[in-house]
Design a protein around this ligand. Sequence first.
Ligand code: CS2
Ligand code: MG
Length: 402
Amino acid sequence: MKITEAKVIVCCPGRNFVTLKIITDQGIFGLGDATLNGMEKSVVAYLENYCIPSLIGRDPANTEDIWHYFYRGVYWRRGAVSMTAVSAIDMALWDIKGKVLNTPLYNLIGGKSRDKVLVYCHANGKNIDDTLDKVGTEIENGFKAVRIQSGIPGIENTYGVSKDNKPYEPAHKGLAHEEFWDTSSYLNFIPALFKKVRETYGDNLHLLHDVHHRCTPIEAARLARELEPYHLFWLEDPVAGELQEGLRLIRQHSTTPIAIGEVFNSIYDYSTLFSEQLIDYIRMPVAHGGGITHLLKVSAMASVYHINTGFHGATDLSPVNLAAAIHFNLAVNNFGIQEYMPHQEIVNEVFKTNYQYENGFLSIDDSPGIGVDIDEKSALRFPYTMARLPVNRKTDGTMFNW
Ligand code: CS2
Ligand code: MG
């Protein structure tokens, strides 16, 4: 079997998605998610100008060799743009492999370790009372784990918290918004928020919180320590993480579990964090973490250090990524939890999905490969719209040094 064609489909049903479609001489095709929020067109250019010409004529079954060709074969390795492209190629090839062998992806990577995947949802409120209401709604929706974010008194815009109850979307249309952030207001507020949540909803619900990399290591250590009484499932991205040693400081001061890495893209971003057991969950999604081939290695290495998966699953990753993640999560032994925010209804006009949410868990059907399809005609109805993630400054206008 040979790859005869590959194309990149860009569409914006409510938000931008980039999808790679790899087609073979036997008519079987595979899909990969190549969406990188706010940088979509860079991935498109890299795929179209550099990767696709080198894919034509290769045997799609050789997932391992092709992964190494695009990772080790290039001089300028790693980076979010190239790794998103590599991930999309890898995902599409595993999709083809499953279709050729007529079996779902999870069967190719170990079969089922579980029948369904524990997920966490988001409760984002304007203030404590609004956030408490949102948590209550998600409990009614069956969720066993909820990520809690809230507007912060004294901060006009809190990342990812909509002021008008719109669906979650941190990117804004057009150029990047500049927002202002005050770490001390944030640090004073968050423990009080979690105290209220525990008082209101008791001890059984899993609680998560995302710092979105907005602390220095010592500030994050303080937060992690002050949240200890509320027994978080995890505290996410407490620091930016480029400085892997920064995580040591947090660990020295707190037993709050730590998740990191939605912006990481290779095993080398994690090596110190694993070997020194400085974190508890890995966040790289299939679409940015090198695809199935690389994440199998990352999660195998993590498991040696008792570290579990907790993949990024925001709505700026497409249904192809989510389905691939569900297969992966069903198979690996060290699965922890999967982030889940339902895509807007309109996304279903382009993507035909094969997964289902029920009572706190996601499951997937037995379609071969990844099992998601794209309606290319419908995609044409939703052209790309420029959108960017916000930039943050301190309240005096200075750029942060986190
Ligand atoms: C967030 C994301 O889901 C998360 O954990 O950090 O919303 C993230 O900010 C966006 O995916 C950025 O594109
Ligand atoms: Mg996050």
